[in-house]
Write a protein that binds this ligand. Sequence first.
Ligand SMILES: *Cc1c(COP(=O)(O)O)cnc(C)c1O
Length: 406
Amino acid sequence: MTVTASHTAATGTYVPFYIPHLTGREETYLREAFETGQLDSDGTFTERAVALLRRLTGTPHALLTPSCTHALEIAALALDLQPGDEVIVPSWTFAPTASAFALRGAVPVFVDCRPDTLNLDERRLEEAVSERTRAILVMHYAGVACAMDEITAIAGRHGLPIVEDNAHGLAGAYRGRALGTFGIMAAHSFHATKNIQCSKGGALFVNDPALYERTVLIRDRGTNRYQYFRGEVDKYRWVDLGSSYLLSEPLAAFLTAQLEELPRIQRRRREIWAAYHERLAGWAGRTGVVRPTVPPGCEQPAHIYYLVLPGPDSQQALLAHLAEHGVKATPHFQPLHSSPAGLRYGRTAPGSCPVTEWVADRLIRLPLYADMTDSQVDRVVDALTSFQPRPARRPAPGHDDRKEMR
Ligand SMILES: *Cc1c(COP(=O)(O)O)cnc(C)c1O
């Protein structure tokens, strides 16, 4: 029998892929914003949310934005990219990591991912650098840090800035330092699907203080309005390229409620992640299913729990099997380098991206949300462990270096 979403919702046994968590304080803060008439941007809740983000990560400056995509667009403007400039991006990421830079006329140069962490493969990075390269974009997949020591060294050798797409990595760390503080700028997402959400929102961390004033202008329609508010100028004017990239104050109120509860949200998410990891170890070992790799020195924020199946047929069969058992699991990215817009606007680094293609057809993400109950976790584990994937017909690309890389 095929269990439909409505059937299982009616019987209460359906495990959705995610449910946006609400702390209970969002309504109180929203009402406070309404009652005090704070419906614009950059009010007291924005200040509070920014203070929480700074305390959590140590970033010197955080600017709230309507989304991670908008934060990346500010970064692209602040880099003064010109048509024909190149930006190195992983192929295994979401479209905005590349699109925000292509919007400026820059060419995304796609690099493959490592077969273990699925992060930009630092061994493929240097060969993608050209005379036109202006920046290196990294995305910490599932909040597991990229090899930042190696990537920072390569960037340093070529005098290139690093920008982080840290949509997955708030509350993640690398060698004790918060993700989102390695790049000159780092984009964050508070979309409903992320660990901390305000329905739709984002933030740009500006870690290079020299870029701060500029990013403030860009975010405020390219005007120097903040100088006017500070009484530094008697009229504010259009002074730079920019757009309307401010988060509205009611959404900042929503976000403040979430950030205040971050430790509790993270604790529950980590519990569920750890339960999956431990309870699926035996089954995964027997069936050739690969669980996530978290290298030493990486503290991951339990944003995603994924599995890599032996083949595309088992990916599809497992998604169907889970659906029959009332569990919603989903694949993830489709490779950017071979996507219609990636082909039109980008360039693929020598060697192409075989690991990204390989993983896109094999990976599934399991339900993971703070409100998930223990019995829902049991249900997912039971459904998975009653599934027997077909053995792999060909080894993973880069399979031989999995050990070397750990
Ligand atoms: C979610 C996500 C984004 C986009 O976030 P928005 O806030 O929806 O713009 C960008 N990059 C990655 C890797 C994401 O997962």
